[in-house]
Design a protein around this ligand. Structure first.
Ligand SMILES: Nc1nc2c(c(=O)[nH]1)N[C@H]1C(S)=C(S)[C@@H](COP(=O)(O)O)O[C@H]1N2
Ligand SMILES: [Mo]
Length: 563
């Protein structure tokens, strides 16, 4: 029954006042003698300038397939006119706002977020891009495990559920997380090649067969953990919302990390085959074939890495992932794998490498993946305030149990998880605490997976826990350089919501069957056939008999002190 209440409050007033719907809260302006309430932005109706849109011309002719056998590939970087045409399309109409997933509850749907306006941009630009959102989703269904958690439908972002994240030390391909900034180009191997140009002596094009010629390029096989710098972002979001663009700031849990054995060649050797770097060439721009949108502009996915990293043989061009050709969703036919750097630098669907003097100014490098200090946010940030993230710091996470879970145990909580450190460092010690991080137990080395440069270690541990009720289970890792993790999310919170490497903390309701009272109570639940959880449901039977109660007061009377 809906009751009518006479009030000047909005019906959701209480929710708003409690900060549960923060996006609609007015801003309080306290600069003058009296506090003023400034309403937040309201998005108006969507507008469309049909004339301007028509004047752009035939989309199929403008935004054509760049190369035969490369479905979904529109090249932007060499064509300023094409870029201008797409910009006109994107600015001659308005788009729905980002869904509010930080100041409001995250939807309980699968996919969690649809990526509506990214789909709209692809369809609006049209031409070769028109079918990209649908083609990409088809590939997700074909190549990924049915139990993947689809965080964002398009551009596709998905992670395995916790129980499967650390199930195996080498992540099976269908379960490896996927982080896309656009569609999945569908490239025929026979038509594949990439170009290496810019500040190299002899610019050249390479086919896959060129790279596979072992008389020129020694084959390299490496087992590598790729971690997205957005891993565990949800902890930052739940603490304090930050920049909220659903693609750059996808709300990842702990699964945006995966480990695979890649086969390919060292980029160093490929540059050597071009006669080496010349002049002031010091960075390599890496171009991905799909279309990315930023600030109403269309472009290709583009980042850069320093040549020093390449020189150290720490950058691979890989075609094989866990003994099979790269799945399309992971970059088929060729991707970059940058050892120990954030995933963003490991470019998929590589079509060009260009040697340049400084890090690329392209937005994924210079506007995103920035690590801001805490005083910086929407009110003041400048791009130069952020550190361009490269190596990931040491981090770890608990995959079992889950936060808010009730655990019945016999003095120890069975925990499972992962630990990782970037830059070629590796986890040396993993520690767990059942008291919020005061006392720590070390996971015995035999319960950590093998030590390997560039790789995570999975672990299992029976964490001693005597106390009952809510406990805070915490994990932290020490790497071989004795780096460890910040104690809590607040310490390392940042506006871009990157690099959540603070100690992973989960709240667990501990029920210790070694305690006599608990054993008795659980027995009673069993006899009555009542499940124990959820803990919030009030006890359905008396906690003690009245005889017992009277007996207690006989022994312990009076309730109040006399003198
Ligand atoms: N071409 C291209 N390469 C890309 C991306 C992308 O969107 N396009 N995403 C990057 C990011 S941010 C990450 S974390 C990794 C993820 O690799 P995976 O999808 O194979 O797990 O790919 C990187 N390479
Ligand atoms: Mo990433």
């Amino acid at each position: 029954m809906v009751v009518e209440v006479k009030t000047t409050n909005r019906p959701d007033e209480w929710k708003i006042e409690q900060g549960l719907s923060g996006a609609v809260l007015p801003v309080l302006d306290m600069t003058g003698p009296e506090t003023k309430a400034l309403p937040p932005q309201v998005f108006g109706e969507l507008i469309k300038d049909e004339e301007a849109l028509k004047s752009v011309g035939d989309r199929d002719k403008l935004f054509y397939r760049e190369r035969k056998g490369w479905k979904g590939f529109v090249e932007w970087e060499n064509y300023p006119d094409k870029k201008a045409a797409a910009h006109k399309i994107l600015t001659s109409q308005t788009w729905p706002p980002n869904p509010e997933y930080q100041m409001a509850e995250i939807p309980g749907t699968l996919p969690v977020l649809p990526g509506t306006y990214w789909k709209m941009w692809h369809h609006a630009v049209g031409g070769e891009l028109d079918s990209v959102p649908e083609d990409s989703w088809d590939l997700v269904l074909k190549e990924k495990h049915p139990d993947m958690l689809h965080l964002l439908q398009f551009p596709y972002n998905g992670e395995p559920p916790k129980r499967l994240v650390t199930d195996k030390v080498i992540t099976p391909n269908p379960l490896h997380f996927v982080r896309n900034h656009g569609g999945i180009p569908i490239i025929d191997k026979e038509d594949y090649s990439f170009t290496l140009d810019g500040l190299v002596k002899n610019p050249r094009t390479f086919t896959l067969d060129d790279l596979m010629d072992e008389s020129v390029f020694p084959r390299v096989e490496k087992t590598v953990t790729i971690q997205c710098s957005g891993t565990r972002r949800i902890e930052q979001i739940l603490k304090y919302p930050g920049q909220g663009d659903e693609v750059p700031q996808a709300p990842w849990a702990e699964g945006a990390i995966g480990t695979a054995t890649y086969v390919g060649v060292s980029l160093k050797k490929v540059i050597k085959a071009c006669g080496g770097m010349i002049e002031d060439g010091a960075h390599l721009e890496l171009y991905g074939a799909e279309t990315y949108f930023k600030d109403s502009k269309a472009m290709n996915y583009l980042v850069s890495i320093p040549y020093d990293k390449v020189k150290a043989n720490e950058v691979l061009l890989a075609w094989d992932m866990n003994g099979e050709p790269l799945p399309r969703i992971h970059g088929y036919p060729l991707r970059v794998v940058v050892l120990g750097y954030i995933g963003a630098r490991s470019v998929k669907w590589l079509y060009r490498i260009k040697a340049i003097p400084h890090p690329t100014r392209a937005p994924v490098q210079s506007q995103e993946y920035l690590y801001f200090p805490q005083q910086v946010g929407k009110h003041n940030f400048r791009l130069t305030d952020g550190i361009q993230i490269q190596e990931m710091p040491v981090s770890s996470a608990i995959m079992t149990p889950w936060t808010k879970q009730v655990v019945v145990h016999a003095g120890a909580i069975r925990c499972k998880g992962w630990a990782y450190s970037g830059g070629g460092r590796w986890p040396e010690r993993v520690e767990l605490s059942a008291d919020g991080g005061f006392n720590w137990y070390t996971v015995p080395l035999g319960q950590l997976s093998a030590k390997r440069k560039w790789c995570w270690r999975t672990w299992e541990f029976e964490l001693p826990c005597d106390v009952e009720g809510w406990v805070e289970v915490v994990v932290r890792c020490w790497d071989n350089a004795l780096n460890t993790q910040p104690p809590d999310v607040r310490t390392a919170w940042n506006w871009g919501l990157h690099v959540t490497s603070s100690c992973h903390r989960i709240s667990v309701y501990s029920v210790n069957k070694n305690k006599e009272a608990t054993r008795k109570r659980l027995g009673e639940f069993e006899e009555r056939g009542i499940p124990f959880a959820p803990v919030t449901v009030p006890l359905a039977f008396p906690s003690m008999g009245w005889d017992e109660y009277e007996e207690f007061w006989k022994q312990n009377d009076p309730r109040d002190a006399k003198e």
